[in-house]
Design a protein around this ligand. Structure first.
Ligand SMILES: [Zn+2]
Length: 145
């Protein structure tokens, strides 16, 4: 108890949504959970296909250009939970690695001011407690498998 994984890098890069792995969601194939997540932002189902086979960086960029689902703000946590669950269900070697983190607290520490999915630790954000939703989703999933 008491241990903390506060950067999804190195040995823990697999916890990041940018980690390359194949995920199938609703008959579409994505190369990272980030790409799947970005695809499901789209208001138009037909637009999702364009996110297949994009790497995470390109998918994130593309995600800024699409028309968002009108209720995106309210459903994005559920969408992320579903995609992260599929990532670990469909990639057993990653599931084993997630289980191997034991009871460590998982925090997506970052320096890019993301205090929603993670917790930015730059000087400017120091006083903000990140909501760490990605870390919470991962811990909840770990508890359930
Ligand atoms: Zn910051």
């Amino acid at each position: 108890m008491g241990n903390k994984i506060s950067r999804f890098r190195g040995n823990y890069e697999f916890l990041s949504n940018f980690y390359p792995c194949t995920i199938s969601v609703d008959n579409l194939i994505f190369l990272s959970s980030e790409a799947a997540f970005q695809a499901f932002k789209c208001a138009l189902a037909g637009e999702r296909e364009q996110f297949q086979y994009l790497d995470a960086v390109k998918a994130k960029k593309k995600g800024r250009q699409v028309l968002l689902k009108p209720d995106w703000e309210f459903v994005r946590l559920d969408v992320m939970s579903k995609i992260v669950r599929l990532k670990f269900e469909q990639n057993p070697q990653l599931r084993e690695k997630l289980l191997a983190t034991g009871s460590a607290e998982l925090i997506e520490g970052n320096s890019w001011h993301d205090n929603f999915w993670g917790d930015c630790d730059c000087p400017k954000c120091q006083k903000i407690t990140g909501q760490n939703h990605l870390g919470k989703i991962l811990m909840k999933l770990r508890d359930s498998i």
